[in-house]
Write a protein that binds this ligand. Structure first.
Ligand SMILES: [Zn+2]
Ligand SMILES: [Zn+2]
Length: 247
């Protein structure tokens, strides 16, 4: 077993708030510089940029988990990850069906484009990606689980767009694979405030929207190798895999 550094929450140029430097190459170069082994690509309500980051990551030894940061109907942000491109595509279809038809305000948010390694534009999303989709947190969880994905409420300590800020409590039937903490979270205080978190696996990530923040916060996992399956086992403490430390 070896230790791996994972930053699970990274936005790309495709997110309305993501810097133009967050191209596949820009992200992977920063991840290498920061000594990360695993990164999660989590744009708002879209998975379109994931594949190109995977391709660049493969060349530079970075394992890329593909997913999205979904905004549920209640405006709760949840990280989601999928094992392969087939399942990712099925989830993209679900997002396409449930993202409201509100056009992107290009003057305000810029173009929502995804690009390849050479930073050539491959596609554009015309609907505003930071809208909430029309699905509840339970419905999103159900969809993710039906695709064997990972479901992780994001930055639950934050006062906006978090499970506790929007719902006020942890729904009793929710079964997240892990719980996301923001860079600024005082974890001891959060555990005190929300005792149910003691039974759940916590992770911490950067939520980077610009390259210099990638890897500013991360989670150390004990795995056999860097892969989706191994990460899933670690989040559930299976077969000796484990989460060692939140940085
Ligand atoms: Zn968020
Ligand atoms: Zn985010």
């Amino acid at each position: 077993m070896k230790l791996f550094k994972a930053d699970f929450h990274i936005h790309t140029v495709l997110s309305p708030c993501g810097s133009l430097e967050m191209s596949p190459l820009g992200i992977i170069e920063s991840a290498v510089k920061q000594g990360l082994d695993i990164i999660g690509i989590t744009d708002h309500n879209t998975t379109h940029q994931c594949k190109e980051v995977v391709l660049v990551g493969e060349k530079k030894g970075i394992t890329v988990l593909c997913g999205a940061e979904v905004t549920t109907r209640e405006e709760v942000h949840c990280l989601t990850f999928f094992e392969n491109f087939e399942k990712l595509e099925a989830f993209q279809k679900y997002l396409d069906e449930h993202l409201p038809n509100v056009p992107n305000d290009v003057d305000h948010f810029g173009h929502q484009v995804w690009v390849n390694e050479e930073e050539e534009i491959l596609g554009q999303e015309d609907r505003l990606l930071i809208s909430a989709i029309d699905q509840s947190i339970e419905e999103v969880e159900r969809k993710v689980k039906s695709l064997d994905g990972l479901f992780i409420p994001a930055h639950v300590d934050k006062l906006r767009n978090s499970l506790y800020s929007q719902l006020g409590f942890m729904p009793f039937d929710l079964q997240p694979d892990a719980i996301g903490m923001s860079p600024n979270a005082k974890i001891d205080k959060e555990l005190e405030k929300h005792p149910e978190l003691n039974k759940l696996q916590l992770i911490r990530s950067s939520d980077a929207h610009q390259p210099d923040l990638i890897g500013s916060h991360y989670t150390v996992l004990e795995l056999e190798k860097a892969s989706f399956e191994e990460v899933k086992m670690a989040l559930h403490k299976l077969n000796g895999r484990n989460v060692k430390r939140l940085v």
